[in-house]
Design a protein around this ligand. Structure first.
Ligand SMILES: C[S@@+](CC[C@H](N)C(=O)[O-])C[C@H]1O[C@@H](n2cnc3c(N)ncnc32)[C@H](O)[C@@H]1O
Length: 380
């Protein structure tokens, strides 16, 4: 069975998610606002969940149509082949979203859609009441400019939940965003990497998982693992293949520093859970003492943003300090994500380029400062 799939992405990450999907070999990839469409069979659905590092969730599309009245919504949803996906005992909550559309009452969209699905299945299964006691098929009805997309969530928990963040600190970066920063930076596992503001270690751990080729979803479960229309052995095959793909002897050390001792303890613990403690090194260190003996490398960091007014002067000083301590490392590339508008001024130099990204609800910029290129033989 072939499915039209949807990988959702946060604002600014769509192209990165699209690239990941293409790199994994999927076909008919279409990048849109907030989502990327692609084709996959059942094995492809399992693999997308296991391997996508930057997507939020993976859905199977059940249908797409235009609706400007509730009658149209009901009729079109009723026409979709629900019996292909939902058996008699299935649990099927319906969630609604609406943006710039005539139909905007979420509770009405939700209840009318649910009624349409129930009506079709009642007629087919000849049951009056669906107990919904078995596994979950979470349905989303999202309407954008009167165009309705009906889809089932194959992931369950968001894909950022890798299973390694047993402990958290105050402002951890979402795992999917940390992976996105690494992909935007075009960092390669042979390049030395340091996060001097590592906190709970998300960037370092995501990088180390890439270096060891660990599928980000290997340490968790997905709703579609229990589904009846996805053969169980498909998941077994996908997980076995992912286990066998892990590289054990990787010759790299990825480093994370932070001024806060507790954060470093958390980072070490999480790295162990993620199975990357052999290639990472965390240390308590103030950025003012930053130094490295390596000639070439990459710094990626998510320093404090100073969200509160009284903290802004403090972060400005911190960014100026960063500019000074990083400046001697001309052959290192530096990448910084922050919401602070005058970052480049405080840092003391203009970025090669920047990219607008959302860190949760906070609008941020990812500043890219490319280092001087190593001679060809070191780069290879
Ligand atoms: C936004 S948090 C980083 C969160 C991290 N990306 C994560 O995923 O957990 C910023 C971190 O910078 C650290 N920090 C603040 N001032 C510092 C300094 N002068 N030197 C090193 N680390 C510092 C804080 O302790 C905090 O953990």
């Amino acid at each position: 069975m072939k499915f039209r799939c949807i990988a959702t992405a946060v604002f600014g990450m769509e192209a990165i998610v699209g690239q990941e999907i293409k790199d994994l070999g999927y076909e008919n990839v279409v990048v849109e606002n907030g989502r990327v469409l692609f084709d996959a069979d059942a094995l492809g659905v399992a693999k997308a969940n296991l391997w996508l590092r930057t997507a939020e969730r993976v859905y199977i599309m059940v249908g797409q149509f235009k609706a400007t009245t509730f009658e149209q919504l009901f009729d079109q949803i009723y026409k979709l082949p629900w019996e292909v996906y939902l058996h008699k005992e299935a649990t099927f909550p319906v969630n609604a979203k609406s943006v710039k559309s005539k139909l905007f009452s979420l509770s009405d969209i939700q209840s009318i859609s649910k009624r349409a699905i129930v009506k079709r299945l009642t007629n087919l299964y000849k049951v009056e009441w669906f107990k919904e006691t078995a596994e979950t098929y979470a349905i989303t009805v999202s309407i954008l400019k009167d165009e309705v997309t009906v889809a089932i969530d194959t992931s369950g928990k968001g894909l950022h939940k890798r299973g390694y963040r047993e402990l958290g600190n105050e402002a951890p970066l979402k795992e999917t965003l940390a992976a996105g920063l690494l992909l935007v930076s075009k960092w390669q596992p042979k390049i030395h990497l340091i996060d001097p503001f590592c906190g709970s270690g998300t960037i370092v751990i995501e990088a180390a998982m890439m270096a060891k080729n660990i599928a980000p979803g290997l340490n968790r479960n997905f709703d579609s693992e229990k589904w009846t229309f996805i053969p169980a052995d498909v998941w077994k095959v996908a997980k076995k293949e992912a286990f066998e793909s892990i590289k054990q002897d990787v010759d790299i050390l990825i480093e994370g520093y932070d001024i806060d001792k507790r954060s470093i303890g958390i980072a070490r613990h999480n790295a162990e859970v993620a199975g990357v403690d052999d290639i990472v090194h965390f240390q308590v260190r103030d950025v003012k003492d930053f130094s490295t003996k390596y000639q070439y490398g990459t710094i990626i960091c998510n320093p404090p943003y100073g969200e509160r007014l009284n903290e802004l002067e403090e972060v400005r000083k911190l960014y100026t300090l960063m500019g000074k301590v990083f400046a001697p490392y001309k052959t290192w590339s530096k990448y910084v994500i922050t919401s602070y508008e005058d970052f480049e001024k405080a840092f003391g130099s203009d970025a090669t380029k920047n990219r607008k990204l959302y860190n949760g609800r906070i609008k941020t910029y990812f500043y890219l400062y490319f280092g001087e290129k190593p001679p060809k033989k070191i780069a290879d």
